[in-house]
Design a binder for this molecule. Structure first.
Ligand code: SF4
Length: 319
């Protein structure tokens, strides 16, 4: 019990944040809306990011032809019963959920307003942020007392890495969008990958410092999944990229946390992908095993989130 309490103080876990903010456990409900992405529909590219599969980034949600309200209510009933949950977050998970005309976007959002929904989380790209949508969201937020979090895929703050990943946006796009979103009283979460090929621990630490300097509200980290039928999968099979070791990933994640402001909520340190679709995922280990390893090292070495940046408020941008 004592160890559990100490671990909860080592980094700002999402579960701690939810309990503190809503006074109870809150569960995310994935929503799969009918949206696409400018990196897939030909606006910026047709092939997408090198790690992205045809089905986008959601593995656990309903198909997108199921009406949003139905997805929400069915999942709330299922998760509510399974975990005795009373409050939920509607999470627009797949593709770029702000890459829509204003009327379609507002219609989607209105579908998830419900007395048991305490927050709406919206996944998108840093180059798909629209001020009219932000204004609408800030009004909805005040009117229904909802927290709104825009989750932007960033993966790295290093522009040469973003080019390698075929992201078709820059770190500067992320900075501009973060400042705009926050100016409307909404929150920002950055999605990060902490073991990208060719990135050193110094690059990962620099990303954490940048996000701290920018005062993002949350981060969601994972390791790089290499999926079948992706450009990255081809590169992996052709030995054009080399993944590091699990120990390197663990040390990079710890370095990231040490350099991340202690007020930034960590939604997660590692994710999950279906085994049958991946060529490489979480170093062949269970995600819980890796989180335990990270927490055990932090505990043993007395490492706490943000301990390395207390006197270092400045971001150092690298090209
Ligand atoms: S921005 Fe997201 S949805 Fe679009 S191609 Fe990249 S990972 Fe896939």
């Amino acid at each position: 019990m004592r160890t559990y309490l100490i671990i909860n103080k080592m980094y700002y876990k999402f579960s701690t944040y939810l309990k503190k903010t809503y006074g109870q456990k809150v569960y995310k409900i994935p929503i799969n809306a009918q949206v696409t992405c400018p990196n897939r529909d030909g606006n910026k590219d047709t092939t997408g990011c090198i790690f992205c599969s045809e089905e986008g980034t959601a593995f656990e949600s309903f198909k997108n032809h199921v009406p949003i309200k139905k997805q929400l209510l069915k999942n709330m009933a299922y998760i509510g019963e399974k975990y005795n949950a009373k409050k939920f977050i509607a999470y627009f998970q797949n593709y770029s959920n702000t890459y829509l005309p204003l009327d379609k976007f507002t219609k989607n959002i209105k579908e998830v307003i419900h007395p048991d929904i305490v927050a709406i989380y919206i996944a998108t790209r840093p180059d798909c942020i629209d001020e009219k949508q932000l204004l609408f969201l800030s009004e909805i937020s005040k009117q229904h007392k909802l927290d709104i979090v825009i989750e932007m895929g960033l993966q790295s703050t290093k522009n040469s890495t973003l080019t390698f990943l075929n992201r078709h946006h820059t770190y500067e796009d992320f900075v501009t969008s973060t400042n705009l979103i926050k100016s409307y009283g909404l929150k920002v979460c950055a999605h990060m990958i902490n073991d990208l090929p060719n990135e050193t621990i110094g690059d990962v630490i620099n990303s954490a410092k940048q996000l701290s300097y920018l005062k993002v509200d949350q981060v969601k980290c994972h390791s790089l999944y290499i999926l079948n039928n992706t450009k990255l999968g081809e590169m992996y099979n052709d030995n054009l990229i080399k993944m590091g070791t699990i120990d390197e990933f663990i040390m990079k994640t710890i370095g990231f946390l040490e350099n991340l402001n202690k007020n930034i909520v960590v939604q997660r340190l590692i994710g999950r992908a279906p085994k049958e679709k991946t060529l490489f995922c979480n170093y062949g280990r269970n995600w819980r095993y890796i989180v335990n390893q990270i927490e055990n090292i932090m505990l043993k070495e007395n490492i706490i989130q943000g301990s390395k940046i207390e006197n270092n408020e400045e971001g150092i941008h690298q090209k």
